[in-house]
Ligand binder design. Sequence first.
Ligand SMILES: *Cc1c(COP(=O)(O)O)cnc(C)c1O
Length: 397
Amino acid sequence: MSITPLMPVYPRCGVRPVRGEHCHLISEDGTRYLDFASGIAVNLLGHSNEHLIGAIQKQAATLMHVSNLYGSPQGEHLAQRLVDLTFADTVFFTNSGAEAVECAIKTARAYHSSVGNDHKYELITFKNAFHGRTMATISASKQEKMHKGFLPLLEGFKYVDFDDLEGAKAAMGPNTAGFLVEPIQGEGGIRDASDEFLKGLRALCDEHDLVLIFDEVQCGVARTGTLYAYEQYGITPDVMATAKGIGGGFPIGACLATEKAARGMVAGTHGSTYGGNPLAMAAGEAVLDVVANEEFLGEVRAKGERLRGRIEQFIGNYPDLFIGVRGRGLMLGLMMKVEPRPFVAHMRDNHQLLTVSAGDNTVRVIPPLVIDDSHIDEFMERLSAAAASYAPEAPVT
Ligand SMILES: *Cc1c(COP(=O)(O)O)cnc(C)c1O
């Protein structure tokens, strides 16, 4: 037998973390890494955050799980908080981002079905998007490498270029249910949508009674310096998927919706055994306690500016390696002239700095939101040492 007990679907690197200390990870062999990957935008509060640990421990000792067949004071409380903090009127809790997007897709279809338009099931989505790994969410993500071996895809998705309003408009037809879009593409390379694009999609949805779904699984929960990224665009979606950061490391997702958009999601239409259990709710509450206030959000913006400024100033020294920085808040993308993957590996293996590569030759710099200036200094030291010692292979053409 040569298959590993852990199904070998990930090309895992040699780092084997066994402990976390704030913004650092310690591996099995004792090596200490600066974690500017945050479990891919998950560990907002860093590792070993006392407030989060305390909340989970307390809830674990009180009541971990009950069925959604019973009333949920814990779920009601967190849902109310999210409703108060966002555009939404109602929330469905899941255990992951893909499930939150699944629920969003179902919500859009159910909306049209509930008003007698069963034929309006098609969502227009955008190239280089990432919406998850379930059948529906890979079908929604236009990335051949995610589809290979898993055909046929689920029907009902049409892909157009990201940030191309005219293309989105041209793709509309009698079956169109709405749009599913990441305001800032994460896996796609930290590419933020233009104001005109998202405002244009909003206008099309208003005009044609379509459902606007934002996938804020990666860019949401304070990452970009507002609780959700849509706030920076001056519009609101009808439905939104959130996950990653919202549990600070505990697996939680949620699908948020307006009352109108959720009109098809009535009793018996959807469910999840674990979704929104008391333990998950305690983790979500603890994360919101810390991040959902203007002081914290302002700090994220300020730290994002400082980090971005430092990186921008530095990369001028290596015009053959770097092109520039983009993104918002602490969701930054370092655009490279060379393949990002080997450079990410070099930073990791030779300079104990963790980042994540992404599409469009980008390195994602997505630290815990609780970094301070010492971590920014440490990041810059490690990044400069890595750039100085890097012998890139042939530049990307
Ligand atoms: C990570 C991600 C998902 C999928 O989340 P999982 O928790 O891995 O299922 C969906 N959408 C976006 C934008 C993501 O970044």
